[in-house]
Design a protein around this ligand. Structure first.
Ligand SMILES: [Zn+2]
Length: 297
């Protein structure tokens, strides 16, 4: 029998969605989505995080993964996962900060990865977009930077393999090297190639090796037809959704602070490109995320 809660509802038809409040009725009808990549520990959210989480919940974004970019940021992500039931954490060290990383990152990461709400290692990967030589450095600085990125990427893949977790992968202008590194861990660790902004050919190589891609608000940008083309070619069960907030707010919020609630605008565009319903997209993208992040419960 349906629970009529406060006594104001008396439904006899078992097919009518029932709940204790109008809000939870709305939730049962609303397709739900996950934000699989958010930087909730960034100062951008320091003043209103509870409201940000509430807006996400009201928009049907029921799970959010807060991503670590170094050890301190990873610890903050874990603290947020302890404070908010819908928040989970990924622990890792971003390639852009590679030079500040300890020589051996593994002991600290192993420790953090044991936490019940740590669902992945990352974000980690390779980024050749802004090399030291583009600023003041020379070729030797580039080499040192790239070597350190590769070293901590490999360490993070090792910890992922040991912990039974997958990796959140940041890759920019370094696809070949990233795929080669992932290949060493084939069958043990898969990657979520987050903020995917490459073409369909790159997507196919990633998916063929068992990894997944995930799409941000970039899919709503007018200039991003190539990303929509890649999305159109991506099988429905091989991608996830994310904001990468506070960055990359989708239209119509472009340029403003992004937040997890904006997964709805991303989902609307993705459903349009895929020619599917929001319900189908909800089911497929949540299933892809649950399969990829085994501790996302
Ligand atoms: Zn990120």
């Amino acid at each position: 029998m349906p629970d009529d809660g406060d006594g104001r509802f008396h439904f006899s038809d078992e097919y009518v969605p029932l709940a204790r409040s109008a809000q939870s009725v709305a939730h049962k009808l609303m397709p739900i989505f996950y934000d699989t990549h958010a930087h909730l520990d960034y100062p951008d959210f320091a003043s209103d995080l509870p409201q940000v989480i509430e807006r996400a919940q009201a928009a049907g974004i029921t799970k959010i993964i807060s991503i670590g970019t170094d050890v301190a940021s990873s610890q903050r992500a874990i603290q947020l996962s302890e404070r908010f039931s819908q928040v989970f954490a990924a622990v890792g060290w971003h390639p852009a900060h590679a030079l500040e990383a300890p020589d051996d990152l593994r002991p600290a990461l192993r420790e953090l990865a044991r936490h019940p709400k740590v669902v992945a290692i990352g974000e980690t990967g390779l980024d050749n977009h802004r090399l030291p030589s583009a600023k003041a450095g020379g070729a030797a600085d580039d080499e040192r930077y790239q070597r350190k990125q590769a070293q901590i990427f490999e360490q993070q893949l090792e910890v992922a393999a040991e912990s039974g977790l997958n990796c959140v992968v940041h890759q920019r202008d370094a696809l070949e090297a990233t795929l080669a590194m992932m290949q060493k861990f084939a069958g043990r660790v898969r990657g979520q190639f987050h903020c995917f902004a490459d073409d369909a050919a790159a997507m196919r190589r990633i998916v063929t090796m068992g990894s997944l891609v995930s799409f941000t608000g970039i899919v709503t940008f007018k200039s991003a037809q190539n990303v929509r083309d890649a999305l159109a070619a991506t099988p429905l069960d091989r991608f996830m959704l994310e904001t990468d907030c506070p960055y990359l707010a989708p239209a119509p919020y472009r340029g403003k602070r992004c937040e997890p609630a904006h997964v709805r605008e991303i989902a609307a565009m993705v459903a349009q490109v895929k020619g599917c319903t929001l319900e189908d997209l909800s089911a497929a993208s949540c299933k892809a995320a649950s399969g990829f992040f085994p501790k996302l419960k």
